[in-house]
Design a protein around this ligand. Structure first.
Ligand SMILES: NC(=O)c1ccc[n+]([C@@H]2O[C@H](COP(=O)([O-])OP(=O)(O)OC[C@H]3O[C@@H](n4cnc5c(N)ncnc54)[C@H](OP(=O)(O)O)[C@@H]3O)[C@@H](O)[C@H]2O)c1
Length: 243
């Protein structure tokens, strides 16, 4: 039976993915910091889809608990989707070492231990799927969110290397780079409304990308073109943009 561990399952994007994958026949383990919210979500998903829903505690900042969690799940898990993320407050993090550290660990280094354990298990088993939700913000550092962006850049590079390592074993790694998605992460921010897509669109695109064996997914699709332009903008122009 296909069984997927979802890290950061309370995220809006993860919720949409959970429903999508459950509808496609996956049983799920919903992992995150808020057990009450996860249990309510599990009940709702079970009622809607009839799939088995388990819940587990996962805090990216508490890496010493990750080995125990993975050991308890490794036997039945054949896919991991990581949707953990923290935009944080860039202004605060400029001068507050603790705030900067939280952004870097939540988006990158705190995710490495568990994904590395999953990689080892799947590599031995010669099959498995790892889906990491990174961000277009990792494609080029912007003045308004370069801590989040640099953590996502690190996460993107980690996933890319993991993919190259695991490909010979038949384990697939998908890197997801969403653009602007309606979720609590963007609440209160002044953003171009027309560019904001729904978590359901992201979930649909991820499920399609898994089916097609894609390596990197920009979602919605037009972000690939936007980021191509952003990445190629000469630095002397880029630094003048209020971005
Ligand atoms: N929304 C966007 O425009 C956008 C764009 C590009 C990429 N992304 C990425 O998409 C993913 C999902 O984000 P979202 O938009 O759905 O935002 P969201 O609803 O704010 O989700 C963020 C998730 O991260 C979890 N989280 C935060 N710190 C954690 C920690 N220390 N340990 C474990 N979990 C933690 C949150 O858990 P709690 O419920 O416990 O807080 C929540 O489940 C993230 O990786 C985000 O960076 C989002």
């Amino acid at each position: 039976m296909p069984y997927m561990l979802i890290l950061g399952a309370t995220s809006e994007i993860a919720r949409a993915c959970a429903l999508r994958f459950a509808q496609e026949g996956w049983d799920l383990c919903l992992a995150g910091r808020r057990l009450d919210a996860l249990q309510a979500m599990a009940q709702e998903l079970h009622d809607k889809t009839g799939r088995v829903m388990d819940c587990a505690e996962f805090d990216a900042l508490n890496t010493c608990t990750h080995a125990k969690l993975w050991t308890s799940l490794a036997g039945r898990t054949n896919a991991v989707l990581c949707a953990v993320g923290l935009l944080g407050d860039q202004l605060e993090a400029r001068h507050d070492e603790g705030a900067a550290d939280r952004i870097l660990r939540t988006n990158f280094t705190g995710l490495v231990p568990l994904l590395s354990m999953a990689a080892d298990t799947f590599e031995k088993r010669q099959r498995g799927l790892i889906i990491g939700i990174s961000s277009v913000a990792g494609d080029r550092g912007r003045s308004s969110n370069y801590l989040y962006g640099s953590a996502k850049a690190g996460f993107t590079a980690f996933l890319s290397g993991l993919r190259a390592r695991l490909a010979p074993s038949g384990v697939h790694v998908l890197t997801v780079k969403p653009g602007l998605i309606a979720s609590p992460m963007l609440e209160g921010r002044d953003l171009p409304r027309g560019l904001i897509a729904s978590p359901t669109t992201v979930a649909r695109d991820i499920a399609d990308a898994v089916r097609k064996g894609r390596y990197t997914l920009y979602t919605p699709w037009y972000w690939r073109a936007i980021m191509l332009a952003v990445k190629h903008l000469p630095e002397r122009l880029f630094i003048k943009l209020k971005s």
